[in-house]
Design a protein around this ligand. Structure first.
Ligand code: SF4
Length: 252
C-alpha cells in the first residue's frame, strides 16, 4: 500500500517518464488488481497499443452504453481481435432497465448527466470496486478539467487513478499512430474527431476544437468519469435528480 506522500512523490517523478514506463510500473505494482478503460476511438489507440504490448490479458473496460455508433462497436471488435485485448464490456445496472427503456430516446437530450451517470459512471465505479489501480487515457490538452489532473491520483475510496498520457499532446498521439501505423476509428474521416455516444456526438469542422462535437448545446464537456462526480462528491445531487426522474416516469 503506497502512502499519500509516496504517491505525490511518484506523481512528480512520472512527469518526466514515458507512458510505457508508467504503464509498466502500474502493472508491476498492482497486477492483477489493475485495469484500463477505453472508449476505442482514434486517440485511444496509442494507450491500447502500449498496454497490449506490455501486459497480455490486462482487462480493458469498455462502457457499452447501448448508444454507441455501430462503427465504434465494430472497431472495438476489430482491435480487440487483432491485438488480442481482454475487453470487458460494462453495462448499466439492470435495476434501472425499465426506467431507461422508457426514456431511451429522450434521456441523453433531457438529462445527459443522469444518462452518463447510469450508463458510464455507475458501471465503472462497480467494475473498479475491487481493484487497486485504474489506467486511463486522459490528456491535459483535452479539456479544462483534465488540465488540472495529476499522473497519479488517489481517490477517496483508495483506488489509484493512473493517467500515463497526461503530458501527451494531440501531436504526440499522431506521431505514435504514424510510427506504428495504427488504425483510426472509421468515423474520423467523416469529421468525428472525438467520439462518444451517437446521440451526443456530431461531426465538426477542421478548425474546431477536437471535443467541440460532444454534448453540443448541453453545457457539458465531461461524462463524469474524470470529474468529481466519480468520487461521489456531488453524487447526492445526481441521485436526487435520478429519484425525481424515476418518480416522474412511474407517474407516467
Ligand atoms: S454520452 Fe450521451 S448517450 Fe452516452 S451516456 Fe452520456 S448522455 Fe447518455
Amino acid at each position: 500500500m503506497l502512502s499519500a506522500a509516496e504517491i505525490e512523490r511518484l506523481a512528480q517523478e512520472f512527469e518526466s517518464k514515458s507512458p510505457q514506463e508508467i504503464i509498466g510500473w502500474a502493472v508491476e505494482t498492482f497486477w492483477p488488481e489493475v485495469a484500463l478503460s477505453s472508449s476505442f476511438q482514434t486517440q485511444s489507440m496509442p494507450l491500447l497499443h502500449m498496454a497490449a504490448r506490455i501486459k497480455r490479458g490486462l482487462p480493458v473496460f469498455f462502457l457499452d452504453t447501448g448508444y454507441h455508433f455501430w462503427e465504434t462497436l465494430m472497431f472495438r471488435e476489430q482491435i480487440a481481435s487483432e491485438w488480442q485485448i481482454n475487453v470487458i464490456d460494462l453495462y448499466r445496472d439492470t435495476r434501472w432497465d425499465v426506467f431507461a427503456r422508457q426514456h431511451t430516446r429522450s434521456l441523453p437530450a433531457e438529462d445527459p448527466n443522469l444518462c452518463c451517470y447510469l450508463h458510464k459512471v455507475q458501471p465503472m465505479q462497480k467494475a473498479l470496486k475491487d481493484l487497486k489501480a485504474w489506467i486511463t487515457g486522459i490528456r491535459r490538452d483535452q479539456t479544462s478539467v483534465r488540465a488540472h489532473a495529476k499522473i497519479l491520483e488517489l481517490q477517496d475510496d483508495g483506488l489509484l487513478k493512473i493517467n500515463p498520457l497526461l503530458n501527451w499532446t494531440k501531436a504526440d498521439v499522431e506521431r505514435y499512430m504514424e510510427e506504428y501505423n495504427l488504425p483510426s476509428h472509421p468515423l474520423l474521416e467523416k469529421g468525428y474527431r472525438s467520439i462518444g455516444c451517437a446521440p451526443c456526438t456530431i461531426a465538426i469542422g477542421v478548425n474546431d476544437d477536437d471535443r467541440a462535437g460532444r454534448w453540443v448545446g448541453r453545457g457539458k464537456t465531461e461524462c463524469g468519469l474524470h470529474t468529481e462526480m466519480f468520487q461521489h462528491k456531488d453524487i447526492a445531487e445526481v441521485k436526487k435528480e435520478f429519484q425525481l426522474a424515476v418518480c416522474r416516469s412511474e407517474r407516467g
